[in-house]
Design a protein around this ligand. Structure first.
Ligand code: TYD
Length: 219
């Protein structure tokens, strides 16, 4: 069914995902690969509307299960309408966050449990999973320190505003998940320089998917 590769990026606050995705875009462009870069929650008009409901600092304080259902409503729209069609055309799809975020933020940090989230995943998306997940791992304090500067005027801060203990549960959750699924999840040490993190990402993708992506120089 799935002709193209599905790659996801995960990481806690301030892990540098945005910068790394920009570099990754250049690398795929340089390799001439037909790619779709996208993100969750979002990626379709409806999913972007759900995104606003979930992430704005002044958003409703959702019940935990309702929050998970909203993430999955957005995900189902996004996967069915954009991601699967792109994969079927043989495109490589690179997605900023996916189901692991639900397993960790809602399953672990909110406490709904992995089985609960996985059951919902199976009901809505079957066994659809990424070929490779890059987890940008950064210490909670270092990560929150990096996000400080950009808070002024930021609107989508409902999760960043969670207590420190929440972010610690997120990191512990990813650590445990990466240990359980090492064949899918590549841990990238995001404490390093931007250039080194980028090089590690490229090597992980080349090794795991048999690609030949170039390491880009920072613009
Ligand atoms: P975003 O502004 O995209 O932040 P980041 O740069 O950290 O990716 O916000 C996404 C937030 O939503 C992030 O804090 C994690 C959270 N989230 C969940 O709790 N569950 C999910 O399933 C997804 C996709 C995201």
């Amino acid at each position: 069914m799935k002709a193209g590769r599905f790659i996801t990026l995960e990481g806690g606050e301030g892990s540098g995902k945005t910068t790394q995705i920009r570099l990754l875009q250049s690398a795929f462009a340089a390799a001439g690969t037909d790619t779709l870069f996208t993100r969750e929650p979002g990626g379709t008009d409806g999913a972007d509307q759900i995104r606003a409901l979930l992430l704005r600092a002044d958003a409703e304080s959702w019940d935990d299960v309702a929050e998970l259902l909203l993430f999955y409503a957005a995900r189902r729209e996004h996967i069915v309408k954009r991601v699967r069609p792109a994969l079927a055309q043989g495109k490589t799809v690179i997605c900023d966050r996916f189901a692991d975020s639900s397993r960790i933020y809602q399953g672990v940090a909110r406490g709904l449990g992995d089985d609960f989230v996985l059951s919902l995943h199976r009901l809505t998306l079957g066994d659809f999973q990424p070929d490779v997940t890059l987890w940008l791992d950064v210490d909670v304090e270092a990560g929150l320190g990096r996000t400080q500067g950009r808070e002024a005027g930021a609107e989508e801060t409902r999760f960043e505003n969670q207590q420190r203990a929440f972010h610690h549960r997120v990191r512990e959750g990813f650590t445990a998940l990466a240990a359980r699924e090492p064949q899918r999840i590549a841990r990238i040490d995001a404490h390093q320089s931007i250039a080194k993190v980028h090089a590690d990402i490229i090597h992980a993708l080349n090794n795991r998917l048999g690609l030949n992506l170039p390491v880009m120089q920072e613009a």
